[in-house]
Design a binder for this molecule. Structure first.
Ligand code: FES
Ligand code: FES
Length: 184
């Protein structure tokens, strides 16, 4: 084992890990960040997706040691850090997924949202095709993708309107998206 100095969700974390341990294993079993899901554990499903310097990677195929020197973002770190308000502020992608009911079991959702966030980091106005492409490595067996794509399009529209963030997460899943938020 050796001690790794990692940066996870903006925090410096020190963790002892064997060389063969994956980033997913360290996140879930050493650091307790279980938002990253262990689905197939072989690179097929995308449920373990995290951001590596803002870009999506499969943490089940990423050695923990390779994360040294990189900024890792998990679903636990997607929302902005609290700034003193008692109400949580969510990332626009999280708000849109919630509002569009883009989940059933939710197992795919962390990876989906992080892939969507990575897309929006580099492309403020993605086409539907580009959204499909960005999410193509994230499998969902529940929703059929319609609400998921609608959620990303809703986030895009709201961000463009300067209205992407939410001060609370009390919107019920399954709500209709706002007018103009979702192309037909
Ligand atoms: S758990 Fe990593 S791709 Fe499925
Ligand atoms: S909501 Fe169940 S796998 Fe996507």
């Amino acid at each position: 084992m050796r001690v790794l100095q990692l940066e996870i969700n903006g925090d410096a974390r020190e963790v002892a890990a064997h060389d063969h341990w994956t980033l997913l294993e360290v996140l879930r079993y050493s650091l307790g960040l279980v938002g990253s899901k262990q689905g197939c554990d072989k690179g097929d499903c995308g449920s373990c997706t995290v951001l590596f310097d803002g870009k999506p990677v499969l943490s089940c195929l990423t050695l923990a040691a390779s994360a040294v020197g990189h900024q890792v973002t998990t679903i636990e770190g997607l929302a902005p850090k609290p700034t003193g308000t008692l109400q949580p502020v969510l990332d626009p992608v999280q708000v849109a997924f919630n509002d569009c009911g883009a989940l059933q079991c939710g197992f795919c959702q962390p990876g989906m949202m992080l892939s969507a966030r990575a897309l929006l980091n580099t492309n403020a106005e993605p086409s539907r095709e580009e959204i499909h492409q960005a999410l193509s490595g994230n499998l969902c067996r529940c929703t059929g993708y319609t609400q998921i794509v609608q959620a990303v399009e809703t986030a895009v529209a709201r961000i463009a309107q300067g209205d992407g963030a939410s001060a609370s997460n009390d919107g019920a899943a399954g709500h209709s998206p706002p007018d103009g938020g979702v192309p037909a």
